[in-house]
Design a protein around this ligand. Structure first.
Ligand SMILES: CC(=O)SCCNC(=O)CCNC(=O)[C@H](O)C(C)(C)COP(=O)(O)OP(=O)(O)OC[C@H]1O[C@@H](n2cnc3c(N)ncnc32)[C@H](O)[C@@H]1OP(=O)(O)O
Ligand SMILES: O=C([O-])CC(=O)C(=O)O
Length: 372
């Protein structure tokens, strides 16, 4: 059997949610550049779930549904308070808590009518509350209740920091959410689809997806980019550090991509925001270091930065804890995962590829007492 390692180039499904053609990313036919410039995250969520941009009434309805469903069960807050949260990675906490949510949802197993859509609304609303609450509880602070008057992006920053964010912070964060929302059949989305294609429930699909996003070759790269920037420490150390890593065949986090060859179209938007937020906060060093890393990696390996590279310095300048970078990716990607899960249910077939067996053959069973 011919094997395609890593399923590279294999077309595994049809989808009308997002596309990557000739290095151009679109959500339902709208380019990411257009959406990054003009759309709010809530509009993008609606677009991914309904395959059309909402009119004013539809948008307001989605916004109020997200606001109404943002509370998480008191039992989950109690669980977080009773657990040694510093012993686990935030993505592990998120994976666990998302799975726990199903225990408090009477319709968790239902496939009837609008049940899965309503679960999607709940999960999208609750994910940001979970990440913000977790982040505060582990610091010994009380969680902040969602502010239903704020936008999705502003409310997350408000729940995280217990202060209303300014316009620049809201704009940057909202744009980051728009840019991360969906990406065709990336590893975590594929994981979600494989899971629900067995007709398992939405919570299981999302729990599986979070596990896949956590890895450093996927969403986990953004936290590792910041780790690298901290290790490098200063602009003057960039060149020896990166050249040494490349000589030793160490992968530089935030570079390369399975699908894009000429570059990730989301990176330029994050680069621009990293620069802007760095200037506003007076922390330009991280952007300058990132710029130099990009120059070296691009010229010596011809590898352009991906979505995870400039998001790291941008989130850092927004004052976000480094280990929350990947959970924040999950807050945004939740919208894409849910769109794909709903699409999978609409036209389902079990996903079950084959493996080319390379182990021993024609073996004869030997009883344990006779084995050497
Ligand atoms: C949201 C996202 O998931 S975006 C991706 C986030 N992940 C990262 O940033 C991690 C770093 N990047 C990588 O590991 C890879 O580029 C991936 C996983 C994104 C894509 O992987 P693949 O398509 O499987 O490419 P693969 O890992 O086989 O690399 C091909 C070649 O490029 C090299 N390469 C790829 N990425 C990098 C990198 N970031 N730094 C250095 N070399 C790299 C590999 O070492 C390999 O070289 P070789 O042929 O000499 O052995
Ligand atoms: O598509 C991929 O392989 C990874 C990626 O960029 C994403 O999930 O946003």
């Amino acid at each position: 059997m011919a094997v395609t390692r890593g399923l590279e180039g294999v077309v595994a499904t049809t989808s009308s949610i997002s596309s990557i053609i000739d290095d151009t990313l679109t959500y339902v036919g709208y380019t990411i550049d257009d959406l990054a410039e003009h759309a709010s995250f809530e509009e993008v969520v609606y677009l991914l779930w309904h395959r059309k941009l909402p009119n004013k009434t539809e948008l307001e309805e989605l916004k109020s549904q997200l606001a109404e469903n943002a509370q998480i069960p008191a039992e989950i807050i109690a669980y977080l308070k009773a657990t040694n949260l510093n012993a686990a990675h935030p993505m592990s906490v998120l994976r666990t808590v998302i799975s726990m949510l199903s225990l408090y949802d009477e319709s968790a197993e239902s496939m009837e009518g609008k049940s899965n859509y309503l679960k999607a609304v709940k999960l999208q609303a609750q994910v940001s509350t979970i990440v913000a609450a977790y982040s505060r509880i582990r610091k010994g602070l009380e969680p902040v209740a969602p502010n239903t008057k704020l936008s999705f992006a502003a409310n997350f920053l408000y729940m995280l920091n217990n202060r209303e964010p300014n316009e620049i912070e809201i704009q940057a964060f909202d744009k980051a959410l728009v840019l991360h929302a969906d990406h065709e059949l990336n590893a975590s989305t594929f994981t979600a689809r494989v899971c629900v294609a067995t007709l398992s429930d939405v919570y299981s699909g999302i729990t599986a997806a979070i596990g896949a996003l956590k890895g450093p070759l996927h969403g986990g790269a953004n936290e590792n980019v910041m780790k690298m920037l901290m290790e490098i420490g200063d602009v003057e150390n960039v060149e020896p550090y990166i050249l040494n890593a490349l000589n030793n065949k160490v992968k530089i986090m935030g570079f390369g991509h399975r699908v894009y060859r000429g570059g990730d179209p989301r990176a330029k938007h994050l680069k621009e925001m990293s620069k802007k937020i760095g200037e506003v906060t007076g922390e330009t060093k991280w952007y300058e270091m990132s710029l130099q890393i990009e120059e070296i990696v691009t010229s010596s390996k011809n590898l352009p930065p991906n979505v995870d590279f400039y998001s790291a310095s941008m989130y850092h300048c927004l004052g976000i804890d480094h280990d929350l970078f990947t959970p924040i990716f999950a807050i945004s990607r939740m919208s894409g995962w849910l769109a794909h899960i709903l699409e999978q249910y609409e036209n389902n077939r079990l996903i079950r590829p084959r493996a080319d067996y390379t182990g021993p053959t024609h073996q004869t069973y030997v009883p344990v007492e006779k084995r050497g």
